[in-house]
Design a protein around this ligand. Structure first.
Ligand SMILES: Cc1cc2nc3c(=O)[nH]c(=O)nc-3n(C[C@H](O)[C@H](O)[C@H](O)COP(=O)(O)O)c2cc1C
Length: 186
């Protein structure tokens, strides 16, 4: 078998790059996260793995609300900055322009064309990280990125994270829930 066993690793391709927002002591704080993914369809839920030491986690526990924001490539420098700067030491509240939605306590990033406003559903202590699961209560999308009623991924221009490097989305290759039909005919 032409495989190499690397031992237990957190390898997954690709990973997103998102900004997790939470109010800490009444002030917005943002951190970068790559360990984020969908958790449930009905009701819509999202999960993010957050280290115990993160300032952002304090805010999530304090308010039981948070946001997940998808930064575009043009916001890469600030996105990386909040991922290398701890909010416990540095005030990051003005790095991005914040806005609030119906939950009132989950700060969201104006510069991101997609923002998910979440109510904390549950947390699971997995060891080094806490898995925070949030119910998505509202979705905010910039009008210019919407095409045919839904955001266009090329216009959202998300940042992909992999192995300590950032990438941009690639080419369209096929329609999902459809490409497999070619195999059925064989
Ligand atoms: C690309 C990237 C991805 C990251 N992903 C995560 C993550 O999924 N979970 C996590 O706890 N920290 C992650 N971090 C680290 C935090 O963003 C970083 O420690 C940040 O300074 C925490 O801010 P806070 O203490 O203000 O919450 C990531 C950092 C970068 C640059």
């Amino acid at each position: 078998m032409d495989k190499i066993a690397l031992g237990p690793k957190t390898l997954l391709y690709p990973m997103p790059t998102v900004l997790v927002g939470a109010n800490v002591g009444g002030k917005p704080n943002y951190m970068t996260a790559a360990w984020c993914g969908m958790a449930c369809m009905a009701p819509p839920m999202i999960s993010v793995a957050i280290s115990h030491v993160r300032h952002t986690l304090k805010g999530i526990e304090e308010n039981k609300t948070f946001s997940i924001n998808v930064p575009p490539v043009r916001e890469l420098v600030k996105t990386d900055y909040v991922g290398i700067t701890p909010g416990a030491r540095v005030d990051k509240s003005k790095v991005f322009e914040s806005f609030y939605g119906k939950l009132k306590t989950a700060p969201m990033v104006k510069e991101c064309s997609v923002s998910l406003e979440c109510k904390l559903f549950n947390t699971m202590d997995c060891g080094s990280h806490v898995l925070a699961v949030g119910e998505i209560m509202e979705t905010y999308v910039d009008k210019p990125v919407v095409a045919g009623g839904a955001p266009d991924i090329k216009k959202v221009d998300p940042i992909i994270y992999s192995d300590g490097r950032y990438y941009r989305i690639g080419d369209f290759v096929a329609d999902a829930y459809s490409a497999g039909k070619a195999y059925m005919k064989e």
